[in-house]
Design a protein around this ligand. Structure first.
Ligand SMILES: [Zn+2]
Length: 416
């Protein structure tokens, strides 16, 4: 063994276990391993879980709220407009530097695989892609980054973007992104989806779109996306993020769309933090939550994860530190998770569910013999305590190597 974690609490097991790591993989998971290793960590009953997978973040736009004007209306449309000026002045090195700050935060919080959407449009061209690509190369020792070529400004309403998307895919983007509801008409929204499928098939790439990120119940591109997924034989290869309008549909239509999502095995990402901030801005009281109906999706057997989405950008100014436990806490409040089983599901969302969403081989992910040894030792006894206290990720281990450590100290000074 190269590394042994002793006295680990692993979800679903009563007794604590020792985890023996050889090279990049978990060799043994059993109580009281007899072997020894040059490095041993006593977890003292702390929760040991596979490292987090961040399925939806925007590394290219992260932290720009530090330098641009505030988003006064708080809406998605103003957020997009504010980024235009900044995007025109992007340099590869500047984008990379912001992305790298957030990657470091993510790793410190126990995430070793991130999927980042990166704007591809006629304003910034391929500069955001080149910046995030540079950051991922420089940080390859800490984490992996998947890049989604994301036409934030639309495809049909931003002529030239279709060509840029192809260039982005040829230049190393992994997935084709989309934002069909942002086109001028529902017909253009459907053409947008058709173009994304055409490009994805050319590059044999998966698809991950921003879908119906609006309170408008007549925004119905999710249904078309799911139907096209089945027609193209892309089941399991398509992810839909945000999907706020799904929460605004009437119950009958929502149930129909959710059934179709299940049939198409569309992977879903809730982005509760950003959407609690952005949605319902035009509502009189009571203000809608604007968060996709996570409980209904899960109950229908749809695979649902959650993502940070934004870190201190124009969409989500002030907030975000790429911490899945923090996003989980926000998600739990947004979707009203309180029962013990809900909390276990909440922990699955950025771990097992997100790993499935990013199509990691099932045998590679988890606390089990043969899996890749990417593990968090979390300073909490169980998942509920981890979320409640946003506990330290005491050790973050990636492929058998310790990549981050955190110890927070707290003291009270009493006089009695
Ligand atoms: Zn997003």
């Amino acid at each position: 063994m190269d590394l042994i974690i002793r006295n680990a609490h692993v979800r679903g097991r009563e007794e604590v276990v020792d985890i023996g790591i050889l090279g990049e993989r978990i060799a043994h998971v059993a109580p009281h391993l007899k072997e020894h290793a040059p490095r041993e960590i006593d977890a003292e009953g702390m929760l040991v879980a596979p490292t987090f997978v961040e399925p939806h973040i925007h590394l290219d736009k992260a932290l720009i709220s530090e330098v641009v004007r505030p988003n006064v209306s708080g809406t998605l449309s103003e957020a997009i407009a504010i980024t235009w000026d900044k995007k025109r002045t992007y340099t590869v090195e500047e984008v990379a530097a912001r992305a790298e700050r957030v990657i470091e935060w993510a790793v410190q919080h126990g995430t070793t695989l991130l999927r980042s959407h990166v704007d591809v449009d006629t304003i910034g061209g391929l500069t955001p892609l080149k910046g995030v690509t540079l950051a991922r190369e420089r940080y390859a020792d800490l984490c992996e980054v998947q890049i989604v070529a994301f036409p934030q400004e639309g495809i049909l309403q931003d002529p030239g973007t279709e060509d840029l998307l192809r260039q982005a895919m040829a230049a190393g983007a992994d997935l084709v992104g989309g934002m069909p509801h942002n086109e001028r008409t529902p017909e253009d929204g459907r053409r947008h989806i058709d173009i994304c499928f055409a490009i994805a098939k050319e590059f044999n790439a998966d698809i991950d779109m921003h879908v119906d990120e609006t309170d408008d119940p007549s925004s119905r591109t999710l249904q078309y996306l799911a139907a096209r997924t089945i027609e193209e034989g892309y089941q399991g290869r398509v992810t839909a993020g945000h999907t706020c309008a799904l929460a605004a549909y009437d119950a009958t239509y929502r149930a129909k769309v959710i059934r179709l999502l299940r049939q198409a095995d569309v992977q879903m990402v809730a982005n509760a933090g950003t959407n609690l901030m952005l949605q319902g801005r035009l509502d009189p009281m009571p203000i809608r939550r604007g968060v996709t109906p996570v409980k209904e999706l899960l109950a229908a057997g749809v695979n649902v994860s959650y993502g940070q989405d934004c870190v201190k950008d124009t969409f989500y100014p002030t907030w975000g530190q790429a911490d899945p436990l923090e996003v989980g806490l926000i998600t739990a409040h947004a979707v009203q998770f309180t029962m013990p089983q809900d909390i276990e599901t909440l922990f699955d969302m950025p771990t097992a569910n997100a790993a499935r969403l990013l199509r990691l081989p099932a045998q590679d992910y988890g606390v089990r013999e043969g899996a890749i040894a990417s593990l968090n030792i979390i300073a909490a006894a169980n998942a509920a305590e981890a979320f409640r206290t946003r506990a330290d990720r005491r050790y973050v281990i990636r492929r058998g190597r310790i990549v981050a450590e955190t110890v927070t100290t707290r003291k009270v000074h009493r006089t009695l």
